[in-house]
Design a protein around this ligand. Structure first.
Ligand SMILES: *Cc1c(COP(=O)(O)O)cnc(C)c1O
Length: 411
């Protein structure tokens, strides 16, 4: 089939029918016709279900799995995820409304993020969701909001631990950070919470994101558990939840391999046993965004021009970094690398040619693939970016350059 060396991480989740990629059970050209326009994001329900089921198979039954909807807040997808997890983690008042609409039980919604506005805290208290407090200001505000509404705010303390998640794409803990409350200050905040009559429920320790090393994740989970256990000695009430964070990554780039979840499951089994003895009132929670949804999504564009410049072939598509900032290499990456891509209407076709695929924006930053060996493609073919179910549409500057927005479908 394809004789070129793999220029990106292998993609295994999607089937091929003839020369066409199959997404949501449909050949891509038919799906594009059904959607009615390009570009679009498509999320494959069956892959969402498969991912959740495979993860459940290694997790202890008592561990609560939460979906962090920042990764993909598309409302139909959040509704689908609500049936696959115990809870949803939101990071704004806007996300909170989507989660409530999805029918998630407020007892299992938690709200994290720095700089929560008073109106957002009021929304959270009125909804009855758990607020992961990130500063003493939030505790003070929650006290007045609780009095106003006549309901004690449910709170957990988000801790900025003294460790980090090693090898993460994004570090969100350890050292000076805007997230959470430094571990050494937490006992004082716990007594503030106790004195203010808020309903204390636990700890939230989220150390980092996009990690492909199981051992690093296990170590961070052990450290998070032990930190929560130490801090529980200062807790003003029983600890009901210990959120150990997440950080499970997916492979994007050449040389990266899928995360092995078995050791993480084994580690969590050991922590669940310890918790049963050492913190019997507490449920352990993990919260995942990208890992649950990232591999189930594709971004689909149509090739609208084919050009040659000084010996190189350029394919120009009808969408690019305005819809998919991350695939262009401009969402937190240090060095631009190619996402896994394909010509979705010429799967496995020959001959191959070396091409650069660009979007329609008038900026050199708008690249979807740089000098990759792909089947020879023409105007009208559909170009696909894999690993696009997380940090895609909602994490891209759709207004930049005034092109049409993209639509999203769950199929
Ligand atoms: C961003 C974030 C997540 C999700 O991270 P992923 O890498 O997508 O799994 C979870 N929890 C918190 C607090 C976050 O900020």
């Amino acid at each position: 089939m394809n004789h070129a060396p793999p220029a990106h991480a292998p993609i295994t989740g999607f089937a091929v029918d003839g020369r066409e990629l199959v997404v949501g059970g449909q050949r891509l050209s038919r799906l594009a016709a059904r959607v009615g326009c390009t570009p679009f994001y498509a999320y494959d329900r069956a892959l969402l279900h498969r991912r959740a089921a495979e993860l459940r198979a290694v997790l202890p039954r008592t561990v609560h799995l939460h979906y962090a909807m920042k990764a993909n807040p598309f409302a139909p997808l959040v509704c689908a995820m609500a049936h696959l997890v115990e809870g949803i983690d939101v990071a704004s008042g806007g996300e909170l409304l989507v989660a409530l609409d999805a029918g998630v039980d407020p007892s299992e919604i938690s709200f994290a993020g720095p700089g929560k506005r008073e109106v957002e805290l009021r929304q959270a208290v009125a909804a009855g969701v758990l607020v992961n407090v990130e500063s003493t200001r939030e505790v003070t505000l929650l006290q007045s909001v609780s009095e106003e509404i006549g309901l004690p705010a449910r709170v957990a303390v988000r801790v900025n631990p003294d460790f980090e998640l090693k090898g993460s794409g994004m570090k969100m803990a350890g050292g000076p950070k805007q997230f959470g409350i430094d571990a050494d200050r937490v006992p004082a905040v716990l007594s503030q919470i106790g004195a203010s009559g808020l309903a204390f429920e636990g700890f939230h320790i989220f150390a980092g994101s996009q990690n492909l090393r199981a051992e690093a994740i296990c170590e961070a989970q052990r450290q998070a558990y032990e930190l929560a256990l130490r801090l529980s000695a200062h807790a003003p009430a029983q600890v009901r939840f210990v959120n150990l964070g997440g950080g499970f990554g997916i492979p994007y780039f050449p040389g990266e391999r899928a995360l092995d979840t078995q050791p993480i499951g084994d580690n969590l089994h050991a922590l669940v046993e310890r918790a049963a003895r050492e913190m019997p009132s507490a449920a352990l929670v993990i919260e995942l965004g990208r890992y649950l949804v990232g591999e189930a999504g594709v971004y689909v564009t149509r090739i609208v021009d084919r050009k040659e410049s000084r010996g190189e072939v350029f394919l120009v598509t009808d969408g690019g970094l305005n819809h998919h900032l991350a695939a262009s290499g401009n969402f937190g990456q240090v060095v631009r690398k190619n996402y896994p891509v394909a010509v979705g209407t010429r799967m496995g076709a020959q001959p191959l040619e070396r091409v650069t695929v660009v979007g329609p924006l008038c900026t050199p930053l708008d690249q979807l693939a740089e000098r990759m060996e792909l089947p020879r493609a023409d105007v009208g073919d559909l170009f696909v970016v894999f690993q696009s179910g997380a940090y895609g549409a909602s994490a891209s500057p759709q207004a930049f350059l005034g092109h049409p927005g993209c639509i999203e479908v769950l199929v």
